[in-house]
Design a protein around this ligand. Structure first.
Ligand code: C5P
Length: 288
């Protein structure tokens, strides 16, 4: 049997990101509000079940995406087949639009897309919770992308609960022209009594009633203490978005992407124009 499926794999921003503390295993306990946005990679997953043994290949329109076992999408396909007790030749084609090393979860979203595509092709051998378990073994952000939407992510990011978000949001994303390493940012993070933490409960309350002012007063990203101290672009981009009329602006994940939430289309276009003079990677997106 040969089957092909296409999947849209959306990027995310962290509407808020709190780090509660370092764990004994080196990871960190988090409270994040994650939101998928309309910027997306497009995956084509083809399966040939007559192959007899498992072979996974990855092709991508961007040559800097690893096309070997380091690729999270390839790893996901192998783990899925193992878990489902199947053998197959799997070809994954990735149309890459989400910038990499950006704090936008592109690699994690593609990995989740492979898991859901294969589960569909094999007619759902894994229940959603089992798929989420496999996802957690691939990376902390991967389980979120099995669901998408607006979610509270706790523990290492893998404990998820849906959050009601009533407001339509236009989200402008700008990525400076350099990547950031997530392990480096977490390793460099020093929490102290002076660390300013976001108020996640109030962020959730603000989203539930669509109050962007309340959202801006309570959201934050603790990882900015590392990335914004190392790269002046983070505050520079945030200020441009705020001066252009964003309700609020923050860094996403470990950066370096900065996003702004806008209510007014003219204001978002103004910010888009200004930021386009500074970087090639600027995107007007919607929360999805
Ligand atoms: O889980 P994932 O491989 O995506 O995480 C990448 C890196 O981010 C980890 O190696 C770790 O340094 C850091 N991390 C962390 N605490 C988390 C999630 C990620 O320290 N909850």
């Amino acid at each position: 049997m040969k089957t092909t499926i296409k999947k849209d794999c959306f990027a995310k921003v962290n509407l808020s990101l709190d780090v509660l503390g370092r764990r004994e295993d080196g990871y960190h306990n988090l409270e994040m509000i994650m939101q998928t946005v309309s910027l997306k990679d497009i995956l084509t997953v083809s399966v040939d079940t007559d192959a007899g043994e498992t072979v996974v290949t990855v092709e991508c329109n961007n040559s800097s995406v690893p096309q070997n076992d380091d690729n999270l999408a390839a790893k996901s396909a192998k783990l899925f087949l193992e878990k489902a007790g199947q053998k197959a030749a799997v070809k994954i084609q990735i149309e890459k639009n989400i910038p990499m090393g950006a704090g936008l979860g592109g690699g994690s979203s593609d990995a989740a897309g492979v898991l859901t595509a294969l589960n569909e092709i094999y007619e759902f051998p894994l229940k959603k919770e089992e798929l989420v378990d496999v996802a957690a073994g691939i990376g902390s952000d991967v389980p979120f992308f099995i669901y998408g939407g607006t979610m509270l992510a706790e523990d290492t990011g893998t404990k998820l609960s849906p959050v009601l978000s009533v407001k339509e949001m236009t989200i402008l994303i700008a990525k400076p022209m350099f990547p950031v390493s997530t392990p480096h940012v977490y390793k460099s993070l020093r929490l102290s009594h002076e660390t300013v933490h976001p108020d996640t409960k109030n962020v959730i309350a603000a989203l539930e009633i669509g109050d962007l002012k309340k959202l801006s007063e309570n959201a934050g990203n603790v990882l900015e203490t590392v990335t914004a101290a190392e790269h002046k672009e983070i505050d520079e981009y945030k200020n441009i978005m705020l001066q252009s009329g964003a309700a609020y602006a923050l860094m996403s994940g470990s950066g370096p992407s900065v996003f702004g939430v806008f209510e007014n289309e003219d204001e978002v276009l103004g910010a888009y124009k200004t930021l386009s003079n500074l970087t090639e990677e600027v995107y007007i997106t919607k929360a999805v």
